[in-house]
Design a protein around this ligand. Sequence first.
Ligand code: ATP
Ligand code: MG
Length: 415
Amino acid sequence: MAKLYQDISKIKKIDPLELDWLTLAETREIVDALGAENLRFVGGAVRDSLLGLPVTDVDVAVTLPPEEVMERLKFAKIKAIPTGIEHGTVTAIVDQQPYEITTLRHDVKTHGRHADVAFTDSWEDDAKRRDFTMNALYLDDDGNIYDYFDGLSDLANGHVKFIGDANKRIEEDALRILRYFRFLARFGIASINDDAEGLDAVVSNANKLTFLSSERIREELKKLLLGKDCAAVLALMMEKGVWRYILPDFDMEPLRRLLAVEQAIGESDVYLRLIRVLPKKMGDIREAVKRIKLSNAEMAHLMGLLHPDPRITADMDEIVLRETSYRFGIETLKSFAILNSEPEMADKLKELLSKLDGYEPPKFPIRGRDLIDMGLQAGPEMGELLLMLEERWIESNFLISRDDLLGMVTAPNLH
Ligand code: ATP
Ligand code: MG
């Protein structure tokens, strides 16, 4: 259980034993391999720990050059991938847990997206090249916090504040526009009034989003969609003309209803949210999905959710439940039920979802093997026969027995 800190803005030191991700054996291996004196944790892990939120990915800043990081990890038998070694980043993987380890650096020259970097031994220089004050908080292995730009008080106020001149920082890297909105969605849009400068800068530079790669947009967008204030932030992005550089404007109402349903059932799903921000027409959806370049698996998942069977509702009867659980599987059924629900039906929906947790869809009792044993030839005709039998079985509400199904098969004359 993460600890809640009283006044974040004044914290100087925290008890490292209170952070479960820091005491984790995997993290200890990394610290031992690199040497506690050479590293500080930074980014989301520090920020979210201070807020008492769970930590999933851990970013580490080190004074060691990347080649030495690689060597030390190798020596400690930790899997190391040189993910971005030319700009100082190595990803270490211990028991599937990834750690992004980046050598302290400062930006030398920037060209819109990529920066030439030089390594440094100054923590403050490293902090300067980070995007927001709340993301430039460092934590050493003893629990000391280092804050170079008043990030703690911004964090306490939910204030997403650029380090340095916002316009310049966006010119260096337009992804920061999207990151700004994603952190706003996460930490509360309420503080936006305190930050006209940041908002003005992201809005006036919005056209630079056009130059970003789809992969970078996709990752930030997914995180934005999962933010607690995502509806308000997306509305703001549309109002300010920013969203159209990512995807076409959309109708907020269906998204708001989905969010209300999700809130009531205590679950959230980035793909369901994504569906609600995509255009309606199939051709436009294809264009939009290209823009955010989903992987093939994600794409197939999303496409499978686009047209929920309208019979799948929170109060569907047992017969429909049996049939649709068989046709779509439990996970898709759950998603369809959520997509087809209105917030007013949340209680019924909750009941359905908990019932589905242990629900076993019927299992078709015949395999191709059974037909081969009866003397039928494997091939397309057998496939068709199986499909026909399956359809009859579904229509009977799964009541026809295996023997009766096999009895329907007329074996060909055997020579
Ligand atoms: P999350 O919890 O989603 O991982 P995060 O803040 O750790 O949030 P990452 O994308 O993992 O975000 O980046 C780690 C850190 O690297 C950030 O906190 C920030 O200090 C720095 N960073 C990442 N992307 C940028 C960027 N485009 N410009 C400047 N600094 C960045
Ligand atoms: Mg991170």
